[in-house]
Design a protein around this ligand. Sequence first.
Ligand code: FE2
Length: 435
Amino acid sequence: MEIVAPLEIEDYVIQTAEFMSPARWHIGHTSWFFETLLQTYQPGYKIYSPDYLFYFNSYYEGFGARIERPKRGTRSRPTVRETVAYRRHVDEQMLRFLESVEDHEQADTILQLVRLGLEHEMQHQELLVYDIKHLLCDQFNAPIKAGPTSAAKVEGMAEIGGGLIWLGYGRGLGVTSSNAGEKLNSQLTNYSFAFDNEKPAHQVFLQDFAVDRALVSNGDYLEFMRADGYGDFRWWFSEGWEAVNREHWAAPLYWELHDGEWMIRDFAGLHSASSKANEPVSHVSFFEASAFAKWAGRRLPTEAEWEKTACLAAPPDQRRLFPWGDEPVELAKANLFENGLWTVSTIGAYPEGKNDFGCHQMIGDVWEWTTSDYVPYPGFKSEFDEYNDKWFVNQKVLRGGSFATPQIHVRSTYRNFFHAHERWMVSGFRCAKDL
Ligand SMILES: [Fe+2]
């Protein structure tokens, strides 16, 4: 509700593209998720409104009929006032329900679902930022805070040894190699949640590889554009080349050409791309990231390479929760939603967040594209129908969180996923190469 507070009433209801949702829908849908829990576990719970179940269900076949996604902005009812009242009602019911939940015979299951509901809400907080940006961009009165003023120089690639590694949430995370796999240590308490798609931890083999210490910057990307990157089929996947021609892509989303100069529009206004040359490029699709990498003689990392780099400590190669170690996320370590920047930071602005190999900003700023297909890990077991399991086709994995991700929502094992052509989310990348 704090995120949407600066919106005017008209801003809540319209849909500016098929892929975005109106703010009114997000604030109702996140309560709808909790209402389904009340329906199942609260004896005698009375549904607030069958119309709301229809309008606020996103894609869950198991919860009945629903409005098609592209039509969420074609209705003015329920109104914003009604939606806020619905939200208040569900919140009150949930609080009352939770007061006595420990006496419930399915208390453990319910508490797991409550946690899932909260994580789901955090996902929608981030989507709200994307959608408000698409709706209003610099017309939105975002409560922007100043970012760090100095930045470390970040150059070159880190060379990482391959071999068998543990990938995924659980085993070896936050524990020394001597007791790896036995239990998670006490520092993990705040990080005791992970989505089912991050599990189980399993072994994969990696060849030696090198990975960029810095995210690819707007300046790097401008060079690709000036070299006619968008005009040369050689760098593009066939489907990517089709997208370039069909969508007339000539730059990332939110870039505009003014009097021959590329400008970037964000929540803070319109600024020349060259003045933002040392910031990570964002709002690029997987196709654009891949084309840049090929042009640069590199490739994107796999998600296993990314995770090994993000969790790797200097020898003896302990596996850690975050690039900086096992300490929780804090403002000085990564640019996440709580930092309040509402945009990417300068490359090198968070030196406290780098790993032992000098890789900066793996957590925060931009979600990083990987070459990995979003598929279940070996041994995957769905913990909630239709949440993650039904999306295991035709999408790519992104890692690391963005400036719009809440701090307690991000993890090194977190697997985000989008289609290869999508770019309204805060997506960027770093390159890798074989050794
Ligand atoms: Fe949702």
